[in-house]
Design a protein. Sequence first.
Length: 134
Amino acid sequence: MGDAGAGANDRERGGAEEPRVLCDVDSLSADPAAAGGALWRLAEPGRQLDANLIRIPPDGRITPHVEPELDVLVLVVAGSGTLGTEPPQPLTAGSLVWLPRGAVRSLTADGEGLSYVTVHRRRAALQIKTRPPV
């Protein structure tokens, strides 16, 4: 079936995408000397979720902050560190953490660094509005 048929099938399924492998987390997070930051981001159009693979370099830190709107799941995939709570909680590969909205959170990497995947509901797109006349 040609492109027109595929489009019709997508519309019948509500525009659903097909499941597929998006990245290899182990290979992206394998380099202990890699710089910090986002190593991968979910970017598929029409998605309802956001997800990221984040790397904190050795002894690096994400300072305490609050996410007022979104619960976030964090899955540690490499390295180790500490979740800044009272009391602090150790994190190792395989740790699955729930960060409820409104809670203060911070992450600190140990000497080998820390790589983790975050998953949360996608934020609504920002919309530019015109100012009312003054």
